[in-house]
Design a protein around this ligand. Sequence first.
Ligand code: PMP
Length: 381
Amino acid sequence: VVYLDYNATAPLRPEALEATLAALHSVGNASSMHHPGREAAARVDVARRHLADLLNCSPGEIIFTSGATEANNLALRAGYARGGMLVTTAAEHLAVIETARAVTAEQQDSLLVLPVDKDGVVDLEPLVTALRARPVALVSLMLANNETGVLTDLAPVCKVAHEAGALVHTDATQYVGRLPLDLRALDVDLLSLSAHKFGGPQGIGALFVRRGAPLPHRPLLVGGGHERGWRAGTLNVAGITGLGAAARAARQELAHEANRIAALRDALEEALIAEVADCRINGARAPRLPGVSSVTFPGLPADAVLAAMPHVAASDGSACSSGAPSPSHVLLAMGHSRDDADSTVRFSLGYATTERDIERAATAAVDAVQHVRSVMAATVE
Ligand code: PMP
C-alpha cells in the first residue's frame, strides 16, 4: 500500500517506536520520588525539551495532553473564561469549531466565525471590525488546514488581536514538524499539537501556553495537579517519550524535508492535471503545507475513486470526523458545491514518502478516475 494519509496520521517514526518501547519496558510514575520514578520524570523532561526545541519555546510553557483535540478544548475553554467574544474561522478542524460552539452555547452571540475565501484564506477585515466593536477574549485560527494545507499568516492576526487585548490561539496540529516554527518570533499565546501527525504515537499531544499570558486557570481535568495544575492525571510517560523522539527527528530533517516533500506533491499534482483535464487543486493559489494535495474530480464521488485504487491509502477529506458521511465543511466554506466537496480526494505525504510512491499513486489515481468514469457512463446508458 502506498500510504498518502499523513494528515490523518503519520507512520510512527523508528526513533519514536524505539523510545516508546524503552519507556514501556521500564516501571515508574513520573511523580514518584524513588529511583524508577525519577527515571520516568527524566524521560518526560527530555521529551519536553525536544518539543520545546522544535517550537523554540521554553519547556515550562508546554502542557502535555492526550492530543490536539484536548489541547484545543483546554485553550478555548480557558481563553473564553477571560470574558468577551470568541473568534474563529469556518475552516477550522471540528475540534475547534465544536468546542467554540460548546463553550459559547449559552451566549451564542459571543461566537464569531470568520469566513474564508475560495482559496481557503481567512478574511481579516471582519476580525478587525469585531476587535473594534466588542471585547474579544480569544482569537483561534489554525496555522495549516488539515484538508487543503492552506496556511494562515498569523503575524498580522497577533498584532491586531494583541492591540485590542485579545489572546491568540492556533491549532498547529498539521504544521508542527512539517515546517519550521519559532515561537520566539511568532507571537501566539496558545498553540495545540498532536504527536501522531509528525511521527509520534497517537493519543499524546500538547498545548503551549506562553509564559505570562493572562489566561484564567480552567483545567479540563482536575485531580492530582499534574502539569502545573493544568492537566491532572498520571503522565503518559511512554507516549510523551515517543512524542519527544519524533519531535527531535522531525526537527533534524525540517530544513531539507519540506522541499523534498513539496517537490513530490508537485509531481503528483502535475501528473493528475496532465491526465485528468478537469481536476482542480484546492487552495493551490494560497501558500500551502508542502505535503498536502486536495484534488476535486468533478462529477466523480470521492469514495468511488478511492475504492478504485485500493493500494493507495488516501482520504476523502472527512477522515478526521470519524466516518461521518457529511460533506467537508472546509470545502463548503471555500464556496464549493456539495457535489464538488463529495468529489474531493486528499493526498497527504510525509517523511517516508518516496518518488516511487508518487509514481504509483499518480498512475493508480488516473486509472481509478477512468474506471469510475466508465462505470458511471455505463450506468447512465
Ligand atoms: N486539529 C487538526 C487541524 C487536525 O488535523 C486534527 C487531527 N485530525 C486535530 C486537531 C485533532 O487531533 P487529535 O485527533 O490527535 O486530537
